[in-house]
Write a protein of this length. Structure first.
Length: 201
C-alpha cells in the first residue's frame, strides 16, 4: 500500500461496539471490538474483543442484531474494566470506524459514568468510512453508506447474520483499505463495481 512515509503518521484504531440500544444516554455498551493499526501501512498491531455486562436492559431489536443472550454473556466483564482495557489502545491514535461518532458517544458516556478520563487522541477528527463514501451516494451507486452496503460495493465477504464488535471493526479496516487503495498519487480511481449499475437496498 502506498503511503507518505516522510512524516510519521499516528496509528489508527478501528473501534466498534455492540450496544443495548441506540441512545448513549439511555443504553450501554455490551461488546467492545478494537483493532490497532499502523498509521502508514494499516498492518494490525493489536486487537481486542470483550463482552461487557449490560448495565441496562438489552432491547429486543438490539438482541436481534447482536445475538445477545444472558447465556452468551455469562462471562462478560464490567464495562468499567472493558473501557480501561480499550482506552490505552486508542490513546494517541486516530479513532476510526463505520459511523464512529456513534461508538465514541457511547464510550464517552461510559467513561463519564465510571469516572474514567477519556483518552487523548491524535486529532479530534475521526476516520468515518461512511462519510468517505458519500460520493457513491451522490452519484446514485449506493443508497446509503452503511457497512453492509460498503462491503457489497467493494466486493468483500458478507458479515455474519449476528453482528460482532471485533468482526465489524476488522471489516471497517478492510473498507478503509479499499478506499485508500483507490488513490494513485493523489488521483482518485473509482472501485470496480462491474456493470450491475446502482446497488439498491
Amino acid at each position: 500500500m502506498r503511503s507518505n512515509q516522510k512524516t510519521k503518521r499516528p496509528d489508527i484504531c478501528f473501534v466498534d461496539f455492540e450496544t443495548s440500544g441506540l441512545n448513549p444516554w439511555e443504553h450501554g455498551i455490551i461488546e467492545i471490538g478494537a483493532v490497532l493499526c499502523d498509521g502508514a501501512t494499516l498492518e494490525i498491531k493489536k486487537q481486542i474483543s470483550l463482552k461487557t455486562k449490560p448495565t441496562k436492559p438489552v432491547s429486543s431489536e438490539a438482541a436481534r442484531i447482536n445475538g445477545y443472550t444472558p447465556e452468551k454473556w455469562k462471562d462478560a466483564i464490567a464495562i468499567e474494566h472493558g473501557i480501561r482495557l480499550l482506552f490505552p489502545l486508542v490513546e494517541g491514535t486516530r479513532w476510526a470506524g463505520s459511523n464512529p461518532s456513534f461508538d465514541r458517544q457511547f464510550a464517552q458516556q461510559a467513561a463519564k459514568k465510571a469516572g474514567i478520563e477519556f483518552p487523548r487522541l491524535s486529532t479530534f477528527r475521526m476516520i468515518d468510512t461512511n462519510a468517505m463514501c458519500e460520493p457513491w451516494i451522490f452519484h446514485g451507486i449506493i443508497p446509503h453508506a452503511g457497512l453492509d452496503k460498503l462491503i457489497e460495493l467493494f466486493g468483500l465477504p458478507p458479515r455474519e447474520a449476528e453482528h460482532a464488535a471485533l468482526g465489524d471493526a476488522l471489516m471497517a479496516r478492510e473498507v478503509y483499505k479499499k478506499i485508500v487503495e483507490g488513490f494513485d498519487v493523489g488521483r482518485w480511481q473509482a472501485p470496480r463495481i462491474g456493470d450491475q449499475g446502482p446497488i439498491n437496498g
